[in-house]
Design a protein around this ligand. Structure first.
Ligand code: CMP
Length: 322
């Protein structure tokens, strides 16, 4: 018993408790041991106890269909299993022993009583929970960033491109704003891959990604939208400025030295369009730029083709109104 009191006294969560409070708590706890690999609590199960880690290491995981996602690792002095006891919901995660683990377990009613009787402990608990929430927020933001980034080039991916293009079209419809779209494609990419190999092909793509990142205005966003296809959304630009951006990017790539031996050059072709002058829908803006890109390809590559001429600019294309 005094052994348990000494162990409880070392748990940061319980620092605010007096000796007699620790003794009263210790009389209501039990010791538990789990072998390495054992699930101590399982997601979805009802919660009956809070656990304090005395020795060993546990992993808090969120199981998913493809793999378990690690939320945290906890060791001596940490606690887990409090959420289900506080909110009367099933366990929010699985907690697994990574090594043999010694725990002190406290049942739900005793835990609730000691929390409501001891304001210092309630405060410590809130502080620990706020750290957990903050860590979880950071994990969510890292995961959502990974979901919209192309790992090879570090640029935003096709999914992010589609979302942004829809948003820009929506904004143009509602507020009369304008923007431009450039679609670009690496010339003869298949033959680079076939003759120099996929590793060289990947290096070319990540090099193009770097150039686009470095040579676009802060307000413009480059994306990798497919294998060797890239796009740049030019926020608040009219179609003329978008055309200039397309020409500048094609020249930058054509003049830079790619990461290939034998002094080989890499070139790109591009088409572009403007919103609202080429339409006020995702499909119109995208297909106008894409058709111009196809013309640039069939006209010999390493060039930009203009979109079809448009009516003189109307009021909504003359000045941004956002
Ligand atoms: P409970 O939901 O009762 O059971 C699973 C436990 O895992 C949970 O209580 C917390 O103690 C712990 N847990 C859940 N999510 C996290 C997290 N993001 N960081 C640390 N521990 C967590």
């Amino acid at each position: 018993m005094s052994d348990t009191v000494d162990l409880l006294a070392r748990v940061p969560l319980l620092q605010g408790l007096q000796r007699h409070e620790l003794e009263s708590l210790a009389s209501r706890t039990r010791r538990e041991h789990f072998r390495s690999g054992a699930d101590i609590v399982q997601i979805g199960m009802p919660g009956r106890s809070l656990y304090l880690v005395i020795d060993g290491l546990v992993q808090v995981v969120y199981p998913s269909a493809s793999a378990d996602f690690e939320l945290a690792r906890l060791g001596a002095g940490d606690f887990f299993g409090e959420m289900a006891l506080l909110n009367d919901k099933p366990r929010s995660a699985t907690v697994r022993a990574l090594t043999p683990v010694d725990l002190i377990a406290l049942d739900k009613e005793d835990f609730r009583r000691v929390v409501s009787d001891t304001p210092g402990l309630a405060l410590e608990l809130l502080a620990a929970l706020s750290v957990r929430i903050r860590n979880a927020d950071e994990q969510i933001s890292t995961l959502s960033d990974q979901a919209v980034r192309d790992p090879l080039t570090g640029l935003l991916n096709r999914r992010a491109f589609q979302e942004r293009l829809h948003e820009e079209v929506d904004r143009a419809r509602r507020y009369g704003t304008r923007f431009g779209l450039v679609i670009m494609d690496v010339d003869h990419f298949k033959s680079i891959n076939d003759t120099l190999g996929h590793v060289a092909g990947d290096e070319v793509l990540s090099w193009v990604g770097r150039l686009l990142q470095e040579h676009t205005r802060a307000a413009d966003s480059p994306f990798r939208v497919g294998g060797e296809e890239f796009a740049v959304l030019c926020a608040s630009s009219d179609v003329h400025a978008t055309g200039l951006a397309a020409h500048r990017l094609i020249s930058v790539v054509g003049e830079a030295k790619p990461p290939l031996e034998q002094g080989l050059r890499v070139t790109m072709s591009a088409g572009y369009s403007g919103c609202p002058v080429h339409g006020l829908s995702f499909e119109d803006v995208y297909s106008t730029a894409d058709e111009a890109l196809l013309r640039a390809k069939s006209a010999g590559r390493n060039q930009v083709c203009d979109p079809p001429p448009t009516e003189p600019p109307g009021p909504s294309d003359a000045a941004p109104q956002a």
